[in-house]
Ligand binder design. Structure first.
Ligand code: SAM
Length: 231
């Protein structure tokens, strides 16, 4: 059974977007994952097929209507876990991506304008998930990001060469050590010669492992000390 995502959106053509390329694109062809877009506008009424209205209490912008979103949601046979992409949500991290990659049915709601009527979230128990502390113009790029983080964790998506076991945020919760490839000595346009650390060329796997662990600790301590105590 493939990992399935339903996407409630006003812009279905944004999918699969970047996920139709490279490893996720191949996995889509192989049916390791699949998706359906549900165009919320198809459930609007009237000549203008309007999906939004002005906010109660005043203020700028428009709000997507709960009744129309609900009709779109109820059209989904098996919505599974419901997520609203929102800057107010819990920030997506690797652990969440791991959990979601093991959840067989998920429905993502992509907001536009000022967002959605709160009542749709309350009535249908949506979890709010953010992809970071900034505001996008719509939930679609956030949905693609969340999906990408999950898809690459599905069995069969990454080859052995790209195995994610030592990546940033996997166990232990560290940023990854730095990578180097050929040439071993590189004369860069800054006028300097940049050499690959000797230890990586030594062939001593024990020392290389210890060096990488040390680098990962250092880089995490410097850039993201908050991760060190995190489970
Ligand atoms: N008025 C909202 C606020 O201040 O929190 C922002 C609305 S934003 C212009 C429109 C939609 O983009 C949101 O409803 C949400 O679906 C999506 N969005 C924006 N930033 C996001 C983020 N950091 N993570 C996830 N979704 C986001």
């Amino acid at each position: 059974m493939s990992w399935h995502i339903n996407i409630l959106t006003l812009f279905p053509d944004m999918f699969p977007g970047s996920l139709g390329q490279s490893l996720s694109g191949k996995a889509l062809e192989k049916n390791i994952w699949s998706y359906d877009t549900i165009n919320i506008r198809d459930f609007a009424e009237g000549v203008h097929k309007s999906v939004d209205d002005t906010p109660y209490g005043g203020g700028a912008g428009m709000v997507m209507r709960a009744d129309i979103i609900e009709k779109a949601l109820l059209s989904i046979e098996n919505p599974g876990k419901k997520i609203f992409l929102s800057p107010k949500g819990r920030v997506l991290d690797q652990k969440m991506a791991q959990n979601l990659s093991q959840t067989s049915a998920i429905t993502l709601l992509c907001g536009r304008y000022e967002g959605v009527d709160q009542r749709i979230l309350d009535a249908h128990d949506f979890e709010e998930v953010s992809i970071g502390d900034y505001v996008l113009s719509g939930g679609e790029p956030a949905a693609l990001t969340l999906m990408d983080a999950c898809i690459r964790l599905l069995p069969g998506v990454l080859g052995n060469a790209e195995t994610p076991t030592e990546e940033s945020f996997s166990t232990p919760n560290l940023l990854e050590y730095p990578h180097y490839t050929k040439p071993a000595s590189w004369n860069a346009s800054d006028g300097k010669t940049h050499d690959v650390p000797e230890i990586l060329q030594s062939g001593d796997h024990g020392k290389i492992k210890a060096w990488r662990q040390e680098q990962a600790q250092k880089i995490t301590q410097k850039r993201r000390p908050d991760l060190l105590g995190k489970k």
